[in-house]
Design a protein around this ligand. Structure first.
Ligand SMILES: *Cc1c(COP(=O)(O)O)cnc(C)c1O
Length: 356
């Protein structure tokens, strides 16, 4: 019997173009997003490395651990980093951001749109409006937002955005994307400290303008992950991005109602801050809610959030009635209550929304 050598079929230019078009539609942009050869956190580190430089003052708004680490990467690059940090059960306010811009006169503003670790979502469009009127370069981490809520790259005038498919988009984690505006490219290419000839270099992944014929697909794109990403984004287009957002919002409101019916409290203090991606539940002292291993989509808090909150990860394929019913049943068991009334509440919210 002869051995079959199947090997890999390289990622073609037409697949590359197909993927960048899908990503551009996802971000509502006319720019060409960059395919990142790794999970989303790589794109975030690449942006920090590319924009940071001595002499640049950057305002970093921290509402959770991902914002924290971005600030550290900015500092490593030599920028002067000003941080406004909120308690992780709250989100940023436009007023605080505006006051900090006024006080510190930064050249750029960065923040995380939604933090899966805290279950909070920031008033992103409003913050970006303030930043744009001060003519700042803007950087948003939308990994936990994409698919769960709108990310409008061109309309909001964003300069850098990072997205990944492993949360609301129900896709792979091994290839991700960043969107970069022309101003954003200029901000990196004018930075002599930006990495070049490096896995952290965005400049190396830039497709030269008017070089259609000579463009070669970057050799470091993980082929199988990139193909899986194409498939995931095609499924999103089939369902419709607005319908995917709606499903996540509905999952969020059904879970909130269900946990309140069990006498539990959301971790996030203001309703406007509830992320459609996932819901965090406060572990009140003296309750038996604490767990150290995930039970279905009910997960313990990450890092410093452990023992403080539980995460209900109702995203991607788990933004579904079945997953939510299971999660509410699990919470009821943990606190020793009958789940029936809470489940009835969840079902009636789900059904009412789907009958419309
Ligand atoms: C999940 C997430 C990321 C990316 O994390 P990975 O390590 O790539 O899974 C980045 N930012 C935020 C806000 C996230 O929620």
């Amino acid at each position: 019997m002869s051995q079959q050598h199947k090997g890999f079929v390289p990622f073609t230019l037409s697949e590359h173009d197909q993927l960048t078009h899908l990503l551009a539609r996802l971000l509502s942009t006319n720019e060409t997003p960059i395919i990142i050869p790794g999970e989303a956190i790589l794109g975030i580190e690449m942006i920090a490395a590319g924009i940071s430089a001595p002499g640049r003052t950057i305002l970093n708004v921290v509402t959770g651990p991902y914002g924290d680490i971005f600030g550290k990467w900015l500092e490593r690059g030599g920028a002067k980093v000003i941080e406004i940090k909120v308690s992780f059960d709250e989100v940023a306010t436009v007023e605080a951001v505006a006051a900090a811009i006024e006080q510190y006169k930064p050249v750029a503003l960065s923040f995380v749109q939604a933090e899966s670790v805290t279950g909070g979502t920031n008033p992103t469009a409003e913050i970006l409006k303030v930043a744009r009127s001060a003519n700042l370069i803007t950087i948003i981490d939308s990994v936990s937002a994409i698919g769960a809520e709108p990310v409008l790259f061109d309309e909001w005038g964003v300069d850098f955005v990072t997205i990944g498919a492993q949360k609301a988009l129900a896709g792979p984690n091994g290839a991700s994307a960043v969107g970069i505006s022309p101003r954003g490219w200029e901000f990196i290419s004018s930075n002599e400290h930006a990495p070049r000839n490096s896995m952290l270099s965005l400049l190396d992944l830039r497709r030269p303008a008017n070089a259609t014929d000579s463009f070669r697909v970057p050799a470091n794109i993980p082929v199988l992950e990139a193909r899986a990403l194409i498939e995931a984004l095609q499924l999103i287009e089939q369902e419709g991005l607005e319908a995917v957002h709606r499903r996540h919002r509905l999952a969020s409101s059904a879970v909130i109602a269900g946990l309140e019916a069990l006498g539990l409290e959301p971790w996030q203090r203001s309703e406007a801050g509830y992320a459609p991606l996932n819901t965090t539940v406060r572990i009140a002292k003296g309750t038996s809610l604490d767990i150290d291993k995930s039970i279905g989509i009910v997960a313990p808090g990450d890092g410093e959030m452990l023992h403080q909150l539980l995460r209900i990860n109702h995203y991607g394929t788990n933004a579904s009635l079945e997953s939510i019913e299971q999660a509410i049943t699990t919470l009821a068991e943990l606190v020793g209550k009958d789940p029936s009334a809470a489940l009835a509440t969840v079902r009636s919210i789900w059904e009412a929304a789907n009958e419309r």
